[in-house]
Write a protein that binds this ligand. Structure first.
Ligand code: SF4
Length: 469
């Protein structure tokens, strides 16, 4: 029997139909494209699929926006200011569209799944040709063909929370040493501040065989590190009994490094901790969003764990993996957050001492439960609090990074440093960024680096020896 969160697949006939549209678009001669991606890793991965589809239709990446024949905005709606940015950036294309009426402008992603937003966008930017939602990505060939041939606007937003998954779509990853692999889509948790379940639908897992095949294919292409993606990877499951720890065990060793995100604390099992600790290639790194240190706020957020339970998880993780890199997300100023609630967050941070923390001011998202809550916290108060939290975290991060000076750490080289032409950049198993002073390293090399200094968020060192792939 099909498990409730097992993803339904787009039928082969539909995929064949889309392939026909792809061939037809390709016969029109292609052009140059630009994709502008907002938001999280899920969107980055979706943009790779969009790029793969476009390249399959004869399009090539544009070096500069002015050269593009097609510009796609893959949007995010997790924060309120993202919407303003997207509307602003799409609006800026009006002049380019006027100068080049053949330019195709498309907008897709989470924001287009929000009720009323596509209409609002089309009103403010009537020159937009193409709008589609997260569940309709695979229909890009069909939509694009009708824009190109019929010169008419196409809008396709599907609100089906169990939208089927299209397996086997091309992805353009441009040969990096790292890759993202989706293991599931959507979320069932309905944290009271979060819009994701409304725009990405319910939890749907991919078949383990499909995930394994994609990972093996990436390994053959030279990928050294895979990050498994899902809104809550811990609730992955498939009808043959595969849960997330089992899936990790099956993937362990396919590439030298395996990471995953994001983990919900309520679903972090002892078995997962054991699997991480004993895994050959599973990085000792975990992003475990805590969001608040106050039990009253956690309850109001519908997070379904307490601060005590979270601290217990951290204790278990560090007992099993003493060098684990732990990062988190914290929301400051959730409705009803009192001074005492905020102090509880500061206290939890003092106790855990995260390696890094992504701190956010609470952002009201229409349609979520929290948006309708009374006692919203004044912005001034939120800001005062977040500055204190950031200062606390910076001090902890600094202390931790400095304690690594003099140590030797293995670093996977990702490429030349963007800030320093005499250095390379890579990351440790625990996820710390290291700038390496060296000559002749190649992306994909594993370098043993002697740490000489610490910056605000990064380490710096020299190479002791290199293991090439
Ligand atoms: S777990 Fe909560 S915060 Fe994360 S995507 Fe799901 S609803 Fe949003």
């Amino acid at each position: 029997m099909k498990e409730r969160n097992e993803a339904a697949l787009v039928p082969q006939e539909e995929k064949d139909r889309q392939q026909g549209f792809m061939d037809e678009v390709a016969s029109l001669g292609g052009g140059k494209y630009e994709i502008v991606t907002y938001g999280c890793q899920m969107n980055v991965r979706d943009s790779q699929t969009l790029a793969g589809l476009l390249e399959g239709m004869g399009y090539r990446p544009a070096a500069r926006r002015e050269e593009a024949d097609l510009i796609l905005f893959n949007t995010c709606c997790v924060r309120d200011n993202a919407e303003r940015r997207v509307f602003g950036n799409v609006g800026h294309l009006q002049a380019q569209k006027k100068a080049n009426p053949r330019l195709v402008v498309g907008v897709c992603g989470c924001m287009m799944q929000q009720e009323g937003v596509p209409e609002k966008l089309l009103k403010s930017s009537p020159f937009v040709d193409l709008v589609f939602g997260t569940g309709n990505l695979y229909k890009l060939p069909e939509l694009l063909l009708s824009v190109l041939k019929e010169r008419r606007r196409r809008v396709l937003v599907d609100q089906n929370p169990m939208a089927p998954i299209a397996e086997g779509l091309p992805a353009s990853r441009h040969g990096g040493v790292q890759a993202f692999v989706n293991i599931m889509f959507g979320c069932d948790n309905f944290c009271s501040y979060c819009i994701v379940p409304y725009v990405r639908g319910r939890e749907r897992s991919r078949a383990p065989e499909q995930i394994l095949a994609e990972a093996e294919d990436l390994a053959r292409q030279g990928v050294q590190e895979i990050t498994l993606l899902g809104q809550n990877v811990n609730s992955y499951r498939w009808s043959d009994g595969t849960d997330f720890p089992t899936l990790l065990k099956r993937l362990d060793g396919v590439v030298p490094r395996l990471r995953f995100m994001t983990s919900h604390p309520k679903d972090l099992s002892d078995e997962l901790i054991e699997t991480m600790a004993s895994g050959r290639s599973i990085c000792k790194q975990l992003h475990l969003p805590v969001q608040s240190g106050s039990n009253a706020i956690l309850q109001s957020m519908n997070r379904r764990y307490t601060a005590e339970r979270y601290l217990e998880l951290v204790r278990k993780l560090r007992a099993a993996m003493p060098d684990i890199g732990l990062s988190t997300d914290i929301i400051v100023g959730f409705p009803g957050e009192t001074d005492d609630d905020f102090e509880a967050t500061m206290e939890l941070n003092r106790l855990v001492r995260f390696d890094s923390a992504y701190t956010f001011l609470y952002s009201k998202r229409q349609g979520t439960k929290a948006a309708a809550m009374e006692n919203q916290v004044p912005e001034e108060t939120m800001k005062e609090r977040i500055y204190r939290l950031i200062a606390q975290q910076e001090a902890i991060t600094q202390e931790k990074l400095r304690s690594m000076i003099g140590h030797e750490l293995e670093v996977l080289v990702e490429g030349p440093s963007t800030r320093d032409e005499n250095a390379y950049m890579g990351r440790t198993d625990a996820g710390i960024t290291v700038n390496i002073e060296a000559q002749g390293l190649r992306p994909g090399d594993f370098a043993l680096v002697s740490i000489a200094s610490a910056g605000m968020n990064t380490l710096r060192g020299t190479v002791k020896c290199v293991r090439s792939r």
